[in-house]
Design a binder for this molecule. Structure first.
Ligand code: FCB
Length: 445
């Protein structure tokens, strides 16, 4: 074969591979102008919720995050929404919205501020919160670890050291019996993927490290921690409904004709999503056994925000805008609004044969220009998925109110309620009113 035919053959092969990939892994985009977003019909019994996390709203915490905020000279979480004092009023906001479930997290650093010392007063406050929700007809869903933990745990190396997992187990086992007769729904951990990659690879969460190898080790250990805790809690209360919240970010090749972009997307999809699905399904991730993780969930929580367009040169910080398609709207966080990805993420997770709870979905949007549409597109997508037979039980909007958005501090506003941090006034946004009226329509049906 001469050089010219060799080159031609090579090019033909390349094009064939890229074309096959293109059809095997389509990146769906809907023509939203033809879709009636006022027509969202959820089945009876669908659960309407909102979500928050302790460190983002409570204020005056002392944990790995406050330690990191100070050490790195970041914006301080400080008083946040002062929810620790204002929670009863915030529960009234939940009633005003009309939600029938509320996902929030318990701050381990309040429960066990010093290793082995339990703060009964803090447990009592959470207990009152639970009673207040139940009295309002709002079902609590509790997250046991949402990115924050005690300083002593961090100083021991946190989830980086496998022998530390037992401390997390002790905290969970201590806390659970106080609430298990009143609370059925539990998330062990929030987003093992975001927690480990942001903290150990991107350096933007505590402990601020930059090593992909460490990130993978932490993700694996957090999954093991989840598995251990799941089995222990189920033994204590078999009727409890326990899972974890998984962030599914879909990685799509930026240039669909570029094989390198495809390869990056495959690698990232596996590291971020595939490995965790494999852990839950097969008890293996990253080529090693995590047998306690196999079948360790009664449901899978899906936190869905966006898709990321990949190339070998992805930004290593969230402060740089990610690439997006021309027709996509870019949100304030710098990533595109892509409700179609919720369809793909849910179908992907449905391989686990577990009920799906949408444990988070929302958008940073200070002026509330985009949020009403964002909310309706995603709800419309859920209704469609349910009609197609995907077992989605609930939707928890992120978030009830503006709050401390981790590495981005107070600049990103995700709330259905606007928060004035000076006066701690909460004001319902137009998107909040839209959510309220969608919920009401369904309750009247
Ligand atoms: C998720 C986190 C949540 C919130 C949203 C915007 O990754 O779980 O706490 O910060 O992003």
């Amino acid at each position: 074969m001469d050089l010219a035919s060799g080159l031609l053959l090579g090019l033909g092969g390349y094009l064939l591979i890229v074309t096959v990939l293109h059809f095997l892994f389509p990146e769906s985009h809907l023509d939203w102008s033809n879709i009636n977003l006022e027509n969202i019909a959820m089945p009876e019994g669908f659960v309407w919720g909102v979500a928050t996390a302790s460190h983002q709203i409570e204020g005056d915490n002392t944990n790995n995050w406050t330690q990191f905020e100070q050490r790195e000279g970041k914006e301080q979480s400080g008083k946040a929404c002062d929810h620790w004092n204002l929670w009863a009023k915030d529960h009234e906001l939940l009633s005003e919205l009309g939600v029938n479930s509320y996902r929030f997290s318990i701050e381990w650093s309040r429960i066990e501020p010093v290793q082995g010392e339990w703060n009964e007063a803090a447990i009592e406050v959470y207990s009152q919160m639970i009673d207040s929700l139940i009295a309002k007809g709002i079902e609590p869903m509790i997250t046991l670890h949402h990115f924050s933990h005690p300083v002593w745990f961090e100083d021991l190396g946190g989830f980086y050291n496998r022998e530390n997992i037992v401390h997390f187990q002790n905290y969970c086992k201590k806390l659970f019996p106080y609430f298990s007769s009143r609370v059925r729904k539990w998330c062990t951990v929030n987003e093992p993927d975001v927690f480990s990659i942001m903290g150990y690879h991107m350096g933007m969460f505590p402990p601020g490290q930059r090593s992909p190898i460490k990130a993978i080790r932490v993700m694996k250990n957090v999954m093991i921690a989840h598995g251990e805790v799941y089995h222990e809690l189920k033994q204590m209360s078999p009727d409890s409904y326990i899972g974890l919240a998984k962030n599914v970010t879909i990685f799509d090749p930026y240039r669909r004709w570029n094989l390198l972009h495809w390869l990056t997307s495959f690698a990232l999809n596996y590291i971020w999503n595939g490995a965790i699905i494999s852990a839950l399904k097969k008890g293996r991730m990253y080529g090693v056994s995590v047998k306690q993780v196999k079948n360790s969930a009664d449901f899978i929580g899906l936190n869905y925000y966006t898709h990321v367009l990949t190339s070998p040169f992805l930004p290593q910080t969230t402060e740089i805008d990610l690439p997006s398609r021309n027709h996509e709207t870019v949100t304030e966080f710098g990533y595109p609004m892509y409700a179609e990805g919720l369809d793909r993420a849910s179908k992907w997770l449905s391989k686990l044969n577990l009920p799906i709870e949408i444990t988070e979905n929302g958008v940073a949007d200070k002026e509330d220009n985009l949020r009403p549409k964002h909310l309706k597109r995603h709800l419309w997508m859920i209704a469609k998925l349910i009609q197609e037979g995907i077992d989605i039980k609930s939707y928890y909007h992120w978030s009830l109110m503006d709050n401390f958005e981790w590495a981005e501090g107070y600049s990103m506003r995700f709330g259905l309620y606007h928060v004035d941090y000076e006066t701690q006034t909460r004001t319902l946004r137009a998107s909040g009113k839209a959510y309220q009226s969608i919920i009401k329509q369904h309750q009247n049906n």
